[in-house]
Design a protein around this ligand. Structure first.
Ligand code: CLF
Ligand code: SF4
Length: 297
């Protein structure tokens, strides 16, 4: 049901499978992997694979051009009527590839205006793109925020690249954090629903995420999705954090419970691929090969 949500918020939530636990049983999303570059380095990321902020580590998605992506979206929408949302979540950072991301949105927006557009970003470039995000009527943006304290951030991010300059250490983390929170405030003011993803890294940011939760709540975030670090050394996902483990299921739940009183916590995230297709937890991407999409036109 709509609970206590204001009607305009309920409109945006009721058929988005990630923003509503109920909706994820009935509505599907798809991702297109159009955004390969990234403007920061997370210690848990291996660039050979999809962005680990909104995706399953160790997975390589099929990269598409905006033209190919738009064609795929229309093909999928014609076969899967429950497909309400198109998300761009990688394989790098969507806003580090603005021409590809917005080029895809532009094509889909014109050809299929009913499909809701969704975006996930590390937030570094976010303040520069809020106007365009509004223009395309993107109602849902996810920002991955793992810290608000540069001391903590320096252990998670070896560098960020901003306006032709590389920043390292606490300077990098401070800049990233400022841009993330500024972007969140701008989106809230524009009436765009924000989900915050946080990767829980035991011993690094696990205790600190309660502070992050308060900070993002006070800036208007709608939903907080604390995801476990998936530590898989064979994928190189723990680059720079040697011997780092992920949290246990109990540790994750305890932290989610601690934050629950403060705001809505997402607990049905499936850490999708950057080219996932279908209901959360199912992947029908293999049904939509390039040859098949071309034959469908
Ligand atoms: Fe994709 Fe993310 Fe949009 Fe959903 S996924 S860009 S908000 S449409 Fe959803 Fe997948 Fe979890 Fe993401 S289950 S990884 S939260
Ligand atoms: Fe990797 Fe995503 Fe972090 Fe970029 S934002 S370094 S792609 S995990």
């Amino acid at each position: 049901g709509s609970g206590d949500l204001p009607p305009d918020v309920w409109e945006k939530v009721k058929n988005h499978p990630c923003y509503s636990e109920e909706a994820h049983h009935h509505y599907a999303r798809m991702h297109v992997a159009v955004a390969p570059a990234c403007n920061i380095q997370c210690n848990y990321c291996n660039r050979k694979y999809d962005c680990a902020n909104e995706s399953r580590p160790g997975v390589v998605s099929e990269r598409l051009t905006p033209e190919q992506a738009a064609r795929k979206v229309l093909a999928v929408a014609s076969e899967i009527p429950q497909m309400t949302v198109l998300g761009i979540a990688g394989p790098g950072d969507p806003l580090a590839n603005p021409d590809k991301t917005f080029g895809t949105f532009d094509r889909v927006f014109k050809a299929a205006p009913d499909i809701k557009l969704c975006l996930s970003t590390n937030g570094l470039a976010l303040p520069d793109h809020v106007a365009r995000i509004k223009d395309f009527k993107v109602d849902h943006v996810t920002i991955t925020i793992n810290m608000i304290d540069p001391e903590v951030g320096a252990r998670i991010y070896p560098w960020v690249f901003f306006r032709h300059k590389r920043y390292t250490g606490k300077d990098a983390a401070k800049l990233l954090s400022e841009r993330q929170l500024e972007g969140l405030e701008m989106l809230t003011q524009a009436g765009i629903l924000c989900k915050v993803n946080s990767v829980m890294i035991p011993g690094i940011n696990d205790d600190h995420l309660v502070e992050v939760n308060k900070a993002v709540k006070s800036r208007g975030a709608f939903l907080h999705n604390i995801m476990p670090l998936i530590s898989a050394p064979e994928h190189g996902t723990v680059f720079g954090l040697s011997g780092q483990r992920g949290p246990t299921a109990q540790e994750l739940k305890a932290l989610q419970d601690k934050c629950e009183g403060e705001m809505n916590m997402m607990r049905h995230c499936r850490q999708c691929r950057a080219d996932a297709v279908g209901l959360l937890g199912e992947d029908r991407g293999a049904e939509f090969t390039t040859e098949r999409i071309e034959s469908m036109e």
